[in-house]
Design a protein around this ligand. Sequence first.
Ligand code: ADP
Ligand code: MG
Length: 236
Amino acid sequence: MGVVKKEKIYEGKAKILYATENPEYLIQYFKDDATAFDATKRGTIQGKGICNNRISAQLFQLLEEKGISTHFIKSLSEREMLVKKVEIIPVEVTIRNIVAGGMSKLLDLEEGIILDAPVLEYHYKNDKLHDPLVNEYHILALKIASLEELDAIKKISFMINQILKDFFAKKNLELVDFKLEFGRYKNKLVLADEISPDTCRLWDKETKQKLDKDRFRRDLGNVEAAYQEVLKRVLS
Ligand SMILES: Nc1ncnc2c1ncn2[C@@H]1O[C@H](COP(=O)(O)OP(=O)(O)O)[C@@H](O)[C@H]1O
Ligand SMILES: [Mg+2]
């Protein structure tokens, strides 16, 4: 029997969540809407939702095969996946392998410097506060997550980094950095949200061409083609 799509429960910047007949599951719908710089820049990337849905599905399946628990259950359509409904931990976890974006600005470092060891950052997911950079002490003091959860988040995030780095390397892509969101499902920590060129920086290994949302942020052109190219390589 098919999944029944019920009421919209949340519309975010890039995705919409719908209830289903099963209270433990949600449908995650991927839009073509794009935002950057705290949603001060807005636009549309034709076909982005289709690419991100398929790329995310592929990567969640890869991670599941490697023993990482994710919210992904199955793909439903071009733009929709069925996921476990989690209680999102309002922390964005960023892992960086190469200096770019926020880290380049924060520490006045040139983009492209290869880090000796990956850097993990937390940003408190709060639009009103503009997702501020926080550390583990803030997260614990504000009871955003427990120490046990933080330890698990770190361990799993670095495991994901290794898996994704190796995977993308085979596709001739460099995983510069990426953002993860975790949630609680039946007292267990699971990876949620999406993994896509909206949430990862991916550079072609040879040409260093940017194949991610930076093309939209920085008006580099060929934005749609970049998402299509990542999808093609991920499926290859
Ligand atoms: N499995 C899930 N269960 C509940 N919420 C989720 C799940 N996966 C992602 N989310 C949340 O749903 C929203 C997805 O839509 P998005 O457009 O990314 O929103 P936002 O603009 O808040 O980033 C995010 O707020 C994300 O934290
Ligand atoms: Mg989001």
